[in-house]
Design a protein around this ligand. Structure first.
Ligand code: MRU
Length: 366
């Protein structure tokens, strides 16, 4: 019997095979193909080509990736030589996609551990590599806890029977488990909340149709797929009580980068008085970026808009195409930012700092 998509791990480590194992998300929903990534180029390509995508999942893949690549240098006796090679691979993986801060967050966390163990504490390279293994596994395990906790906070913002709209895929396929924007939906499903969910298809790469509608439907959630240009109609009709979206980088002032089209949904939600919630693991908050203006937005190839998904080209040859992968939702359109350390509301400059303080103290009360 075919396995349900929810039974697969989004990203796994196969330590015996020294590989990062992922579901190739470009083939979903038609084909569930599990692939093993061994080389730096394979890992880089998988991230760039969106075989593994979604900010937290990219972070986990990069952490496993840098561990697997470090294993190849385990025979190196001089830590500085080992670190030089580690750094080269780290910088390469980090260049795969610029907007999702979880990529550099996970790689920086791995590097900090490497330097502490090898340079500061003088541990042998073999032991450093073992610690890198442990850290990568911890990054994945923490992600499940983070998503579940975001789900609990998110669930406190809605009530049984509510209509929820989401954009792109901030679901289980974008994380280790539960997703971020979908976590309240999955927890509500377990508790009989009977949400009615609207999934935007999310042009041009259709993460909403191919991934969100797929995983929610496979989980038995009442999900309705809509085209991106239908969100105003469903909100005007009064069918949506809350919008939950994920994010790729939140600036210190609360401006939030997420999949292209998110800011349109936020503007429409404001127009119709629907609360707009951004679900953000604290690993996605970039306190070093003051506002959304400084967030680098990834530009993608024109063919994603003009011909991918179509039987034949749907735009004239040579036409100019603008294809940014993300946009920034201004903080004044955001009702609240839901993190694993509580719910931040305006003014975000202060409330996000309060979230950081709670994290440092390990205090989760909102
Ligand atoms: O280009 P993608 O598919 O990686 O974009 C994904 C998103 O925009 C998600 O909403 C975001 O990464 C959060 S995933 C929990």
């Amino acid at each position: 019997m075919n396995k349900n998509i929810m039974e697969y791990e989004t990203v796994e480590l196969d330590d015996n095979d020294s590989s990062v194992v992922i579901i190739d998300q470009t083939k979903l929903p038609g084909t569930t193909e599990i692939i093993s990534l061994h080389t730096a180029k394979e890992i880089w390509d998988a991230i760039y080509l969106l075989k593994v995508r979604g900010a937290p999942a990219i972070g986990v893949a990069a952490a496993f990736g840098i561990y697997v690549l470090s294993k190849a240098f385990v025979g190196e006796t001089d830590f500085e030589k080992f670190y030089g090679k580690f750094r080269e691979q780290k910088d390469y993986l980090n260049s795969a996609r610029p907007t999702a801060v979880n990529l550099s967050w996970a790689l920086n966390r791995m590097e900090a551990l490497c330097l502490k163990a090898g340079r500061e504490e003088g541990k042998p390279v073999k032991e450093v590599v073992e610690l890198l293994h442990r850290e990568a596994v911890a990054i994945k395990e923490e992600d499940t806890w983070v998503c579940k906790t975001i789900g609990e906070f998110g669930l406190s913002l809605v009530k049984p029977g509510d209509g929820i709209l989401t954009h792109c895929n901030a679901g289980q396929l974008a994380t280790s488990k539960y997703g971020t924007a979908t976590a309240p939906i999955y927890l509500g499903q377990e508790r009989g909340y009977h949400f009615r969910v609207f999934a935007d298809e999310t042009r041009p790469l259709l993460q909403g149709a191919r991934l969100t509608a797929y995983e929610l439907h496979a989980s038995g959630v009442d999900v309705t797929l809509i085209c991106d240009n239908m969100s105003a109609m469903v909100m005007k009709n009064g069918w949506v009580n809350a919008v939950f979206v994920g994010c790729d980088r939140v600036a210190a002032n609360g401006d939030a980068a997420n999949k292209i089209g998110t800011s349109v949904v936020a503007a429409v939600a404001k127009r119709y008085g629907v609360p707009f919630y951004v679900c953000a693991p604290t690993s996605t908050i970039d306190y070093d970026t003051p506002t959304g203006e400084q967030i680098e937005i990834e530009q993608r190839p024109a063919r994603e808009v003009t011909e991918m998904w179509y039987k034949e080209r749907m735009a004239p040859e040579g036409v100019k195409v603008f294809n940014p992968a993300f946009d920034v939702t201004d903080h004044d359109l955001i009702t609240a930012i839901v993190t694993e350390y509580g719910i931040a509301r305006a003014p975000f400059m202060e409330s996000l700092l309060e979230i950081r303080r709670k994290k440092e103290k390990g205090n989760q009360n909102s």
